[in-house]
Ligand binder design. Structure first.
Ligand code: IPD
Length: 315
């Protein structure tokens, strides 16, 4: 028929079988969250009290923060019950019932406050609106990490006003981190202002990247990384694009690039990066696309784009 065979269920589901260590990790996660979530909620209040630009941004930030926090708590509390319910681009590109539950919760929280807004959601919670505000949400960025209990995963919530990315919140409970940004306002991590690094030399840059789930794409991405490795300080692959980009905004890494992200992976973090002084774009201009997203400290942004382009990365 020309159709690819569907992945066998046991292959798609192998990583979620209960394993030795799940109980220990769950206890550790529970303890972390009993301690950390109230702290993050206080940081959230501090952020909203900060230097905001206008009442609409303040309202959107408040809604984004509350919705992301509720979804993060849902994901933490439901971790032990996580179950793969479907796959997307390949057998390793999984969707859990927690991705879907988190998206339903985000959509409900947003529409409860602003019923006329539009929404684009990774798991299909997409709807048209009439207000000029469009929410772009990733209910669980880093699903594979979440499945394994690797702590780099996040809820990502962005609001666009008349097409302009205006508010971004990335909430990563297992990292005890909430990043927030308001266009023309601020970028913060847990209520504290953040800035991209001062790195000026690509050879000294710590560069994050990510890979798609399809074998053919991955082998091309591997070739690019092989070419880059001798030309940079080192490479990191943590597994959640939104977190990688927030780490650029915070100077935890100097740069990030990836082929094949979607708007929901990068929307919130784009606002945070821009306000933290990082530059974000594609290969040929300052518009990140699904084909290529580069986010970097200003001193290494052009050199990285130049090198990627030299190595034949598609625009
Ligand atoms: C994925 C993660 C990963 C990136 C992939 C994304 P998901 O998002 O952000 O780091 O390399 O490109 O698809 O599927 O976990 O929401």
């Amino acid at each position: 028929s020309g159709l690819r065979p569907r992945p066998r269920p046991e292959r798609a589901m192998c990583a979620r079988r209960p394993r030795a260590g799940d109980g220990v990790r769950r206890a550790a996660t529970d303890a972390l969250h009993r301690r950390v979530l109230p702290e993050l909620a206080r940081a959230s209040t501090r952020a909203v009290r900060g230097d905001l630009v206008n009442p609409l941004s303040e309202e959107l930030l408040d809604i984004a923060s509350g919705a992301a926090e509720a979804a993060a708590q849902f994901l933490v509390q439901g971790w032990a019950q996580r179950t793969v319910v479907s796959t997307k681009s390949s057998g390793t590109d999984v969707v859990t019932q927690m991705d879907r539950g988190s998206e339903a919760l985000l959509v409900e929280a947003i529409l409860d406050k602003r019923p006329d807004d539009a929404i684009l959601g990774e798991e299909g919670g997409t709807r048209a609106g009439t207000s000029g505000v469009r929410w772009v949400i990733d209910p669980l960025d880093g699903t594979v990490n979440y499945l394994y209990g690797f702590p780099v995963w996040a809820v990502s919530v962005a609001a666009f006003v008349d097409g302009v990315p205006t508010v971004g919140v990335v909430h990563a409970p297992a990292l005890a981190a909430v990043w927030r940004g308001v266009a023309g306002g601020f970028a913060q991590a847990n209520g504290v202002p953040i800035h991209a690094s001062q790195c000026q030399d690509l050879g000294m840059a710590l560069v994050a990247t990510g890979f798609g789930y399809e074998a053919a794409v991955r082998s091309e991405q591997g070739a690019i990384v092989a070419g880059l490795l001798p030309r940079v300080r080192d490479i990191r692959r943590a597994g959640a694009a939104a977190v990688d980009m927030c780490w650029v905004a915070q100077g935890v890494v100097d740069a990030y690039f990836e082929r094949g992200t979607h708007l929901w992976d990068r929307a919130a973090a784009m606002v945070i990066c821009a306000e933290a002084g990082a530059r974000v774009g594609g290969i040929s201009d300052d518009h990140a696309t699904d084909a290529m997203t580069v986010a970097a400290a200003p001193g290494v942004y052009e050199p990285l784009r130049g090198l990627l382009s030299e190595m034949g990365v598609a625009t």
